[in-house]
Design a protein around this ligand. Sequence first.
Ligand code: GLN
Length: 313
Amino acid sequence: MRAPETATDLRFPASASLREARALLARAFAEAGLDAPALEARRLLSAATRLSEEDQLRDPARELSADQRDTLWAFAIRRLNREPLGRIVGTRSFYGLDIRLGDQTLEPRDDSEILVTTALERIAGKRSPRILDAGTGSGCLLLALLANAPGAWGMGIDVSAGAIATARDNAMRLGFGDRAAFAVGDWLSGVAGRFDLIVANPPYVRRGDIAGLAPEVSRFDPRGALDGGIDGLDHYRVLVPQALECLAAGGVLVLEIGADQADMVGALVSAAGLEDVVCVRDLGGRDRVLTARGPDCDAAYDKNPLGMLTRSR
Ligand code: GLN
């Protein structure tokens, strides 16, 4: 870990201007091999000085106060130790929403935005859809859906009480308090009710692969939000059959999957009795999302009339 050496280089001179501090930071980040050093330097500088990026550009010669230098230095060391930027500054943008993170929540990924877009397409035209987000974490999927489906109402479930507290806080802060409810639960085992859309980004990383992920992920995301068991599919095996029981007639299940899991998760989804299984790629061209439809009322009734009656609530 090279952070301790770099730390000494990062002691900004007492008269450091915004421009100098930003350049120093960007250089240290580039040397440490971070992907977007200039962008991250700007964002950390904003967080430490509480000046917007526009203000930084307008007045680049402005000197940092001693407090701002100390804060920036502490932030920079954390980033050089590979803590994700969003965890350092406290929020992460997801689908245009500022999502607060907690130590029990996965940091939302840009890659997951395609899940939101896909789910919104599947419920387009549906009035007042009821949405269930299984393993909601920070609440990011549910809140992004509610933000873009004005008549929708939703519920987020997570096994972690800490995650539920974070999700609830996000919902209140972003103005969705009256359209979102949250509860602690083990996948959908405690859920009674039917939903038009069920979304989930379950832990799907093969246990043996976790240590090899980027340090931002392996060291800072909660392990429970990543670990999908030996083959990565443990949570789909539990969740998918439960989802079928919680889908309203013709309701849609939209799952995030790992890039090499489309066939295996697709097979689980079909075996559970869902139909129209479709795989959607992310912007990087990797398989990222599976969608499927629950049987509509008549089909389910034809196949299993008694089952249908006992399931209806
Ligand atoms: N996309 C995450 C990663 O590989 C994994 C998230 C998950 O397991 N749901 O970094």
